[in-house]
Write a protein that binds this ligand. Structure first.
Ligand code: SF4
Length: 347
């Protein structure tokens, strides 16, 4: 028999992959749906618990497969209720997920921000994950396990792919997990409960638009080509003006939401000139803008804009007809806020 670490995880397999598993093991085809139901809907953690499979089939399955759930290796809790979880992935590397409980005008929300890569290739100047460099893609199992294995898993109402990594750079695995969340054989969530955030690599963005109905968030941070290129090297290959051109041609009706993330740096991108250019850039899209405070990270000479400037920037955009809000910072005391994730060992 294989040891547990040599067995393949079932969690993270699509229905088609589960069908291949049961075919390979000469089990009836409908067993794939039963396994999917045990893993995704009933959330079992052992093959032994799949009681409508015959004992013989459970034993056969257990020889080469495991459910593949893995608890967090560490956690830190913020005084504001946010929790950061550390997960060990292949090669002993670490990634982080951030749990954010919230009360949105009387509606209890519980959002998990998940990671899709260990580190990141994109090298954005202001980002702690980018500073680490790239250390590998997560598998669908390693992504979906974050969603299933935090203590608050059954309370989650929303998922955002905004943790470590650029989702479009590991899109096959990310898309599989979106299917697990939204299809009938998985959790059957509405795609409106999921947001994928990207810096706007166009081919990946096109696939996201074509193959899913999730909300899309684009990290813009500057409306000016040269300035954005300094902050985000991706601008050289995929200028944000082209990204918006693509999005303008796409129908965002049916409640699919487009948002723009805009981190505000004092004296860099926070004056009315930027607000004007941003409003022009977004013309003809239905994008709403989230203004984000910058959380200082070591070795980066950028400072956050103050409250007064952020409010003025927001009001200016609103006066131009662009829906704009300031995002409340969460989990800064545990290094869990936007741009602060680095997969460091936690206590
Ligand atoms: Fe990567 Fe996103 Fe950080 Fe840029 S901001 S380096 S895309 S994780």
């Amino acid at each position: 028999m294989n040891t547990d670490s040599e067995k393949r995880p079932l969690l993270g397999m699509t229905i088609e992959e589960l069908q291949s598993v049961v075919t390979e093991l000469a089990m009836p085809k409908f067993t794939a749906s039963q396994i999917a139901q045990w893993i995704y809907e009933k959330r079992v953690t052992s093959i032994e618990s799949m009681t409508n499979l015959s004992k013989q089939n459970r034993e056969k399955l257990s020889l080469h497969y495991t459910v593949g759930r893995k608890s967090p290796a560490g956690e830190a809790r913020s005084k504001d209720g946010t929790a950061k979880y550390l997960f060990e992935v292949a090669g002993g590397k670490m990634v982080e997920s951030v749990y954010i409980p919230d009360n949105d005008r009387g509606n209890e929300r519980a959002t998990l921000c998940v990671s899709s890569q260990v580190g990141c290739k994109m090298g954005c100047r202001f980002c702690m994950t980018g500073k680490q460099g790239f250390h590998g893609n997560l598998t669908a199992n390693e992504i979906i396990n974050q969603i299933f294995s935090i203590p608050e898993a059954e309370r989650l109402t929303n998922i955002v792919y905004m943790g470590m990594g650029e989702p479009t750079d590991n899109l096959d695995e990310v898309l599989k997990t979106v299917r697990m969340m939204t299809e009938k054989w998985g959790l059957a969530w509405s795609p409106k409960r999921i947001t994928v955030s990207t810096i706007g690599a166009i081919p990946g963005l096109q696939r996201l638009l074509r193959e899913t109905h999730v909300h899309i968030a684009i990290s813009v941070h500057s409306p000016f080509h040269d300035e954005r290129k300094e902050l985000m090297p991706i601008e050289a290959a995929f200028p944000v003006s082209k990204v918006m051109e693509l999005l303008r041609g796409y129908d965002f009706a049916h409640q699919r939401r487009l948002s723009v993330e805009y981190i505000m740096w004092r004296g860099v991108n926070d004056d009315d000139n930027h607000a004007d250019a941003l409003a022009s850039l977004l013309k003809g899209t239905s994008a709403r803008v989230n203004l984000i405070r910058f959380h200082a990270i070591p070795g980066v000479a950028l400072n956050t804009s103050d409250e007064k400037r952020m409010t003025a920037f927001r009001d200016y955009l609103n006066s131009k007809g662009v829906l704009c809000t300031i995002r409340r910072s969460r989990g800064e005391d545990i290094m869990a806020a936007c741009g602060m994730l680095a997969g460091k060992k936690l206590k």
